[in-house]
Design a protein around this ligand. Structure first.
Ligand code: MN3
Length: 388
């Protein structure tokens, strides 16, 4: 039995997606094996996971933790690595069938590129990879002919709505947004919201960075860019609708006007599992959607005056080149500073907009240009925050 198990590498196993993926694997241990686990900083949880799942390889990005990790697993036949380069190499290791990219931010880019070049099936949870370098990733994916299955719930929904449609042209992708914890707050109220308030998402339990991105709607901004590259549509074909119940995970509108939607309770284990098993579906014991309880579906237009990040993301998507990379790097810095209460909520968009106007624009960036842009923009953003 064990030799037919799909071997999975989880990049970012200690995060929200990573831990839920391990639950999916534990519940289906006859189907999936854990080949590799990697983490950024959470060495204690990584040790715990490694002892339970006994992967061939573990790697931690922050090499400060290397010795602790190595010592804690010394009694087990697990190879231990540290550093960003090691993680990028682990992603391409031979026995791996599926790489789940569940790390946070720009750090996902290099390992994802390596996994594609090694011909791995990609279960894509790290949306920033496509935001930063969508054009490059698309070219690599077609060159190496690897499947990319989205894990992000909206994109999984769209992917599921596209199954069986062959070459039927898509008219529109309609991404749903919960609207986050500040959906009903006025602009004046948004002036004073805190990071603690922003961290309380109404429907989804996620990591800190994406939860702030949800509150500011940058997450949805990233998701429209992610959708453009995943599904090869024009910016004008991507709409966002606020749907506070988070039951409809997204929709596809076809040329005949028909709209297909994918529905379910908000639970990331479902899109994770689907990415592992596509085109098959596995029996689960997940709670079922009950229409006697979910009796109201409502929809609102997103407000880009209160949530300017969404407008900034549309601008970046249309502008192309390295502009989405600029958007992402500036956002990573402002979110980190907002979490430390160094800047206010609405200042995040002000600073990002300023950075987008000032950073060096490159229309046709290479990989090296993205690396350069990311570094330049992080410095520039920090400078502008100091001045503000
Ligand atoms: Mn999402």
């Amino acid at each position: 039995m064990s030799d037919i198990k799909k071997q999975i590498a989880i990049l970012g196993s200690t995060g929200s997606i990573g831990t839920q993926a391990l639950k999916v694997i534990a519940e289906n241990s006859s189907l999936f094996g854990v080949f590799a686990l990697t983490a950024n900083n959470q060495v204690d949880l990584l040790i715990q996971q490694a002892r339970i799942f006994q992967p061939e390889v573990v790697a931690i990005a922050n090499d400060i933790h290397y010795q602790k990790l190595k010592d804690a697993l010394a009694d087990l036949p697990i190879k231990v690595f540290a550093g960003d380069d090691a993680i990028a190499q682990v992603a391409g290791m031979q026995p791996i069938d599926i790489v789940l990219t569940a790390m946070v931010g720009y750090s996902g880019l290099k390992p994802t590129m390596n996994a594609i070049k090694a011909g791995k099936k990609i279960a894509l949870a790290n949306k920033e990879t496509l935001v930063v370098a969508g054009e490059l990733i698309r070219a690599l994916v077609s060159e190496y002919n690897v499947p990319v299955i989205p894990v992000d719930s909206e994109h999984s929904a769209i992917f599921q709505c596209l199954v069986g449609e062959g070459n039927n042209p898509v008219e529109k992708l309609i991404l749903t947004a919960s609207g986050g914890p500040f959906r009903t707050k006025s602009l004046a109220e948004l002036e004073y919201v805190t990071s603690a308030q922003a961290l309380k998402h109404p429907n989804w339990d996620m990591g800190a960075k994406i939860t702030i991105d949800s509150a500011s709607m940058m997450n949805k901004g990233f998701e429209i860019i992610e959708a453009k590259w995943l599904f090869d549509v024009a910016p004008e074909q991507i709409d966002v609708v606020v749907h506070p119940q988070s039951i409809i995970h997204s929709m596809v509108q076809y040329a005949d006007g028909s709209v297909k939607a994918q529905l379910g309770l908000p639970d990331m284990k479902l899109p994770i599992q689907y990415a592992f098993t596509y085109p098959d579906r596995l029996q689960t014991k997940f709670p079922r959607l009950d229409f006697n309880i979910c009796t109201q579906f409502t929809f609102e237009r997103p407000d880009t005056e209160r949530f300017r990040n969404l407008a900034l993301a549309y601008y970046a998507m249309k502008k192309g080149g390295n502009m989405p990379c600029i958007l992402n790097a500036a956002n990573e810095i402002v979110v980190a500073e907002f979490l430390k209460n160094k800047i206010r909520f609405l200042q995040m968009s002000d600073i990002i907009e300023d950075v987008m106007a000032k950073a060096t624009f490159i229309l046709q960036p290479t990989y090296e240009d993205y690396v350069q842009t990311d570094a330049e923009v992080r410095l520039l953003t920090k400078k502008l925050i100091e001045k503000s």
